[in-house]
Design a protein around this ligand. Sequence first.
Ligand code: RB5
Length: 154
Amino acid sequence: MRIGFGCDHAAAELKEELLHYMEEKGHECVDYGISPGEKADYPVQGRKVAEAITAGEVEKGVLICGTGVGISLAANKVPGIRAAVCSEPYTARLSVQHNNANIIAMGARVVGPELAKMILDEFFGARFEGGRHAARVDLIRDIEEHYTGKKPEL
Ligand code: RB5
């Protein structure tokens, strides 16, 4: 899978480690920054990866900031994006199976690298179950349509 990675300065080291981990697993990873030593605001980074998904540049995204909260809030403002903040593997799996999440967000100050890898394994190993869950995700898309005038494709 083609995966976009983004982070702010609180999470650059963890982003690097996770990007290499996913590359070793055979995924094609696109780095939207930042590198260790650089600084960036989490809304800028969340938006970058979210828009890369809606533009079809990448299929899914991994976003990391200090807590995972700010960067996921920003990403979720982009219509069609469902970013789930997870600090354990169970929620990561269910966020795909039930919510069809297209971004996993984590906090570098919350999870360590090994737990973060387990979370990624669950997220990227899961498949959306559709059925009754599709109807609910569609209700989320209805909210986006109400406020933007357009139903998102994703
Ligand atoms: C940056 O210090 C921190 O506020 C940010 O990484 C994040 O935790 C915000 O949600």
